[in-house]
Design a binder for this molecule. Structure first.
Ligand code: SF4
Length: 1000
């Protein structure tokens, strides 16, 4: 539809719309629109009575908070560039999902009806999680779409790996080459030589199912450099690895993270925390650094890094000693009976006896003890403990990365945090903390392939039988040790050289073709890792790809739909789009279509049994399309959606393409206390402590349901629930069916001393630091940057582009650092980096901090990558190891975007992660990010951004941490590699769990 220019007689600066047409906060209902119509008429009359021409405003609802969904086909706004003329622009609004963090907030693409291009992105008011709100990174999606440096065509390297020489090839050539390699690996029984390494998943289980269809245990993830520590603590309690706090209804919110600005699901959570604060909730924040979140807290505690669990235990002890815990909840839902039976068999097996034991367990964790460990005053701790005690069941908490990701034993930070929730009975209560699985919904897909029959030791090595996720960051060391090789290695929206610790060890193996035969990077943008790939394959950003997702953001369940917005827009106009490449820029593809096509070519005649999982059901023998894949899912697996869609005369897929998200349920309540229906109770067996097994229980499907799945009993009955006061209730997916205060798994698998929530002294505990060392916090990021992709957004780069080292003035004086801006050398165990100092009282003395989302670089001669953020470097390897030096900072450059000629910054920070060795926690497997460092003024020859790393020393540090483990071969109680009930993103078949020579 063409633009219309209106002549206005109203004065510039006064749009001519009366004040009465202010907002439409609840757009969309017929009543609201009628009311609005009446107000418009009144306004028209009033305006015309003044002798002025009435202009209703381009949107006809004027300053509406959000465009009502009824008008998404033709939404009108005035061109800001044409002002004061009223140049109307007509948009089609198409929903999709932001892909810039895991929050998966809804976006609305404004597709210009005249040009057919996306003009901007704003929030989707129909999305139940984000409710129309976004952080800065959501609207900045438009920068990523129009980024002049993005990859538009498949590329193949033309010289040596890392030489920076590339040639354009066709998708057909890439697919045939990759399919031939993978088919050979499968038919030659080298399945463990195929690996897909995921950065941002975006969808629950899609890639896992592709790999399962190939019979390959090749899923790898970034989780052990991200959130495994936090997950592990929750997993051992609930059998579910994520908390889902009901922030909006909480009385007290307790955060061990910078949750309001960069925490997990931070925008959906932040808006609900803000809502709770407006209703009088108190916010307690534990963060050594004065984050934006800490600045908003009622209580900001800046503890010594690693002491957070001691604080949690002091609060728990206070609740226990003062009797301010929910006895009834503890009696009914903790596995205290298992604990007494295992650890106190000679004592009375009663709850009263357990309470006596409990009173002694944490008695040493006084406020004085926690104060000595944390450096926080006893009076403050006592006051905070009282506030927590007063929350009752309205205590919402969260801990994800932060301390749980920083410290040896960090998983005990989240385990002790949940101890507080479990004492208060604030579990799955209004204003409390839910297990995430009850506020998340993973729809069943059209095909579910069987579990692979192999075990990938490069991701799940025997030394880490309890690792929460794949030991991804140890891959270079495992390959260097000769534990295996990779024939075909994919990275997918992942940048291991830059993201992981010890990135130069990654570079060493990725450039060694004897270790990695073929390296393919599926990525929307150039990256430090993609430089070393054999194939660089352009994948779509959030508005250029399909995914479904569902995340625990409040007490309810929803499913969201990411989609290529131009496809949906053109389909609304009646076109048929069969392939996302028809609408994406260049030859940018989406992964779903790529994986279907690749799988099809691996098994063209179906003889390998792979093709069947990528075939159409409606047209047997033909390839599955994404329309059929998602159409089937929305039709058959999302309760309530077909009915809602039918009410509007749409199919479920059409409904999701139009609105982008569907709320399945709200106010789900306490799933653990739901009675198990009699139909599921048949041939029942009950253990002494109440675990109920039944031949009629529904089998869990670990491919679909992202929770732990306790094993059947020896007669093959499945766990159905737990007996509580004579009733069979759903319970939790733990071995006991209850909340596991005492973890029988930790006890049985070689770690009995850590089976209870406890305090493990960090590797950066003061006892372990030399007098001249301080702790470097490297786990935080700035709110407007995230991982690799955000650097391709010019608005975000302008907002945040450097990462100075936070240093307290007292430390600066001690180290001889003159002022903010002075260059400092930060020396780690394996090298050093040179950065600018920022003197601030926002950090605790004895601790320094540096954001990890900066310091992007490109090799001289390589692709420009991220022109606004990547400095050009020299990288050399000599006798003492690697040295990286800045050859040129970012500077203005000519491109299709005139803004690249307007760059006003040159400082893009330093890539500190290169200088960190790996620190794998022996239990959770989490990389423990905090570093013991020495900080001093830079040497005269040092320059900002310089890096020095000795990867031989990095190998030694890896071996020292490896020696802390208790391998499955030594501790497995049943001859298996790993407790079968623990989660695994892609779970092999039961037989693959057996240790070689094991009886399990
Ligand atoms: S919080 Fe920001 S980056 Fe994350 S999904 Fe929402 S809008 Fe995108």
């Amino acid at each position: 539809m063409p633009r219309r220019r209106r002549n206005r007689s109203t004065r510039p600066g006064r749009p001519g719309t009366p004040d009465t047409l202010d907002t439409l906060d609840a757009p969309g209902t017929p009543d609201a629109l009628d009311a609005l119509g009446a107000r418009v008429s009144a306004a028209r009359a009033a305006t015309e009575a003044r002798g002025e021409t009435f202009y209703q405003g381009p949107s006809r609802v004027h300053l509406a908070s959000f465009p009502p969904k009824e008008r998404w086909d033709d939404w009108v706004e005035l061109s800001s560039r044409a002002w004061p003329a009223a140049d109307e622009q007509h948009y089609m609004l198409v929903p999709t999902t932001c892909f810039n963090c895991e929050s998966a907030c809804g976006l609305l693409a404004y597709v210009d009806r005249q040009t057919g291009r996306v003009r901007k992105f704003e929030g989707n008011p129909e999305h139940p999680g984000s409710r129309g709100r976004n952080c800065a990174k959501g609207p900045a999606t438009i920068n990523q779409v129009t980024d002049p440096d993005r990859i538009l065509y498949p590329m193949k390297r033309a010289g040596q790996r890392g030489s920076g020489r590339w040639e354009r090839i066709t998708w057909d050539e890439v697919l045939d080459a990759l399919a031939a390699r993978i088919r050979a690996a499968i038919t030659e029984d080298r399945r463990n030589e195929i690996m897909v390494h995921i950065g941002r998943p975006g969808e629950d289980g899609y890639t896992e199912r592709v790999l399962a269809s190939w019979g390959v245990d090749g899923h790898n993830s970034h989780t052990n450099v991200c959130s495994s520590g936090g997950r592990t603590g929750f997993q051992f309690w609930m059998g579910i690895d994520r908390p889902s706090p009901d922030h909006a209804n909480a009385k007290v919110i307790y955060l061990i993270s910078a949750h309001l600005e960069s925490g997990h699901y931070f925008n959906p959570h932040a808006q609900r925390i803000t809502q709770a604060r407006a209703n009088g909730a108190k916010v307690i924040v534990l963060d050594t650094r004065l984050s934006n979140t800490a600045s908003q807290a009622d209580y900001w505690l800046s503890p010594r890094p690693g002491s957070e669990a001691a604080i949690n235990l002091a609060i728990a002890n206070h609740l226990i000693q003062t009797g301010r815990y929910d006895r009834e909840f503890v009696r009914r839902w903790w596995n205290w009976a298992d604990y007494l039976a295992a650890c106190y068999p000679g004592r009375p097996q009663t709850f009263e006896c357990f309470e006596e034991v409990l009173a002694g367990l944490y008695a040493e964790f006084t406020f004085s003890y926690a104060a000595a460990e944390s450096g926080i005053g006893t009076a403050v701790l006592a006051e905070v403990a009282d506030v927590v005690a007063g929350a009752g069941t309205r205590f919402a908490c969260h801990c994800w990365r932060s301390a749980a990701a920083g410290n040896l034993g960090g998983w005990q930070v989240s385990r002790t945090l949940f101890l507080i929730s479990a004492l208060l009975g604030a579990v799955a209560t209004e204003g409390g903390t839910f297990p995430n699985a009850w506020n998340k919904f993973v729809p069943r897909p059209i095909h579910v392939p069987p579990h692979p029959r192999v075990w990938q030791e490069l991701s799940w090595p025997p030394e880490y039988p309890l690792a929460q996720n794949e030991m991804s960051f140890l891959l270079p060391h495992f390959l260097a040790e000769g534990r295996g090789r990779l024939d075909t290695y994919f990275i997918r929206v992942y940048n291991p050289v830059w993201t992981n610790p010890d990135g130069l060890s990654w570079m060493e193996v990725l450039t060694d073709e004897s270790k990695v035969g073929c390296f393919a990077a599926l990525t929307p943008t150039w990256s430090e890792s993609a430089y070393f790939a054999d194939y660089v394959l352009p994948m779509g950003h959030g508005p250029e790809r399909h995914d479904t997702h569902s995340y625990e953001q409040y007490n309810g369940q929803w499913v969201g739909f990411r989609q290529p917005v131009l496809r949906a827009a053109r389909e609304r106009l009646g076109e048929h789009i069969a392939d996302s490449r028809q609408v994406n820029p260049g030859e940018v593809w989406e992964e779903n279509e790529f994986w279907i096509e690749l799988s099809w070519r691996i098994d063209p005649d179906g003889s390998l049994g792979i093709r069947q999982y990528h075939e159409s059901r409606t047209c047997p023998g033909e390839k599955l399309t994404v329309d059929e894949y998602y159409g089937w899912m929305f039709e058959h697996s999302v309760p309530g959606l077909p009915e809602r869609a039918a009410a509007e005369g749409r199919t479920p897929l059409q409904w999701m393409r139009r609105y982008g998200a569907f709320e399945i349920s709200a106010g789900n309540g306490a799933g653990h206390s739901q009675p198990v229906p009699a139909s599921e109770l048949e041939d029942v067996a009950v253990t002494a402590t109440g675990r109920v097994y039944s031949a009629g229980a529904r089998p869990p499907d670990p491919n679909i349901v992202p929770v732990g799945s306790p094993e059947p009993d020896r007669d093959g009955r499945r766990p159905a629930g737990v007996q509580v006061d004579g009733e069979v209730l759903r319970g939790f997916p733990t071995p006991s069916g209850r909340l596991e205060f005492w973890s029988s798994t930790l006890a049985a698998w070689g770690w009995p001393e850590h089976a209870l929530p406890g305090y493990i002294k960090s590797h950066v505990h003061p006892d372990r630091l030399a007098p001249d060392q301080v702790v470097l916090l490297s786990t935080f990021r700035l709110p407007t940057q995230i991982h690799t992709r955000s650097a391709n957004a010019k608005w975000l780069d302008e907002l945040a582009h450097t990462n100075p080292v936070w240093i307290h003035p007292s430390d600066a004086a001690r180290f001889g650092i003159a002022a903010t801006g002075s260059l400092v050398r930060v020396e780690t165990e394996i090298g050093h980096f040179v950065a600018k100092a920022w003197l601030t009282e926002g950090i605790r003395p004895g601790v320094v901090a540096c954001s990890h989302h900066m310091g992007r670089w490109r090799l001289d001669g390589g692709p420009r990558a991220v022109g606004a953020m990547a400095a050009t470097v020299d990288l050399r390897r000599g006798a003492g190891g690697w040295r990286m030096e800045r050859r040129a900072p970012v500077r203005r450059y000519a491109s299709a975007d005139p803004d690249t000629q307007r760059l006003w910054w040159s400082d893009t920070g330093v890539h500190q992660n290169l200088t960190f060795p790996v620190h794998p926690d022996p239990i959770s497997g989490m990389h423990c990010w905090h570093q013991a460092v020495r900080v001093r003024p830079a040497d005269p020859g040092d320059a900002h951004g310089d890096i020095a790393v000795d990867t031989a020393e990095a190998r030694e540090v890896y071996r020292r941490w490896l020696a802390l483990t208790r391998p499955a071969g030594q501790v497995s109680p049943d001859g298996t590699r790993r407790p079968r009930w623990l989660m695994r993103p892609l779970k092999p078949s039961s037989g693959a769990f057996r240790l070689p020579g094991g009886a399990g």
